[in-house]
Design a protein around this ligand. Structure first.
Ligand SMILES: [Zn+2]
Length: 307
């Protein structure tokens, strides 16, 4: 019998969770199957991002290093990085599958810096823009996060950040903010649900409906260059719904739209060209999208989803 890969990863994670739980009160420095440590000078690639240098200059003696197929890690304790490295590769596969793309072997790896001490993290935050949604910092394809050893895989935070890293690999010039955040939410919710299913839980991807009166008008949403500080939650939920709606309407068209927006074409013209025959005008598209985005709002299904 051949098991699906998510089942295998789920099992590995579960095993590691058990090991971690058992090891919590012990001064354990190695966990079975831990990410191997690599000398900095032997890492296969360097990070050209100046923020990486700044991170490693904070208590420089604490940093250890390691790598997997698509990521290079800078970390303090192997029992913290090991589950993260497994989860990161899991999410990489989920995102690449969704994008129907793969990096060629030997391509650039993204760097992930994992801080543990709150005071180190506070010091580092002065250098970058914290993403309020996840508490991480993304910069030029590198990710900086703080993790404490009690981290329990309870949310889609890492999946969300990994989605940004993978999008950056394929669209180095950037994609619009709604698309970057909406895709990260969309793909990480799906991946998180498949994790939970692999561990025996009944889980469906969670997507939040939004009250029609609260929706940000489409032209405003697609023009935003960063999440609006007074409507952060609506921005993420609505962007996720917009991506979901575009994917459900026609997946190949969504991928073509992503390419067009990655080349900085205007949303309205690219949409009407690529989804020709589906929507005759942007106004018609917006009407259908608003209907979809607010569907089920306030119903019992929605309440169950919020738990
Ligand atoms: Zn994000």
């Amino acid at each position: 019998m051949r098991l699906p890969p998510e089942f295998l990863y789920g099992s590995v994670l579960l095993t590691i969770s058990i090991l971690l739980a058992a090891a919590e009160d012990l001064p354990v420095t190695t966990v079975v199957g831990a990410l191997p440590e690599v000398e900095f000078s032997n890492l296969s690639q360097r990070d050209p991002n100046p923020l990486g240098e700044k991170a490693l200059a904070i208590n420089p003696e604490q940093w250890k290093h390691g790598e997997t197929e698509h990521f290079i890690y800078h970390f303090v304790h192997s029992y913290v990085v090991t589950p993260i490295s497994i989860e990161a590769e899991f999410h990489y596969r989920a995102v690449a599958k969704e994008l129907e793309r793969e990096q060629p072997p030997g391509d650039t790896k993204a760097h992930i810096y994992i801080f543990e001490r709150p005071e180190d993290w506070q010091q580092f935050q002065a250098f970058g823009n914290l993403e309020r949604w996840t508490g991480g910092i993304q910069s030029q394809g590198s990710l900086f996060i703080q993790r404490n050893p009690a981290y329990k895989f309870s949310s889609n935070v890492l999946g969300h950040e990994i989605a940004h890293l993978v999008l950056h690999r394929f669209y180095a010039d950037g994609v619009p903010c709604w698309l970057n955040e909406g895709f990260a939410q969309y793909v990480s919710k799906g991946a998180q649900a498949s994790y939970q299913r692999a561990r025996g839980y009944i889980a469906k991807p969670r997507s939040q409906a939004i009250a029609a009166r609260d929706l940000i008008p489409l032209p405003t949403l697609v023009a935003m260059t960063h999440p609006p500080s007074d409507r952060v939650e609506i921005f993420y939920d609505e962007s996720e719904r917009l991506v979901r709606f575009l994917v459900l309407t026609d997946k190949p068209s969504f991928l073509a739209l992503l390419d067009a927006l990655g080349q900085h074409q205007p949303f309205e013209t690219a949409l009407l060209r690529i989804y020709a025959g589906k929507f005759s005008s942007v106004a018609m598209f917006e009407e259908k999208f608003r209907e979809y985005a607010s569907k089920d709002f306030g119903t019992s299904t929605q309440q169950a989803n919020r738990e």
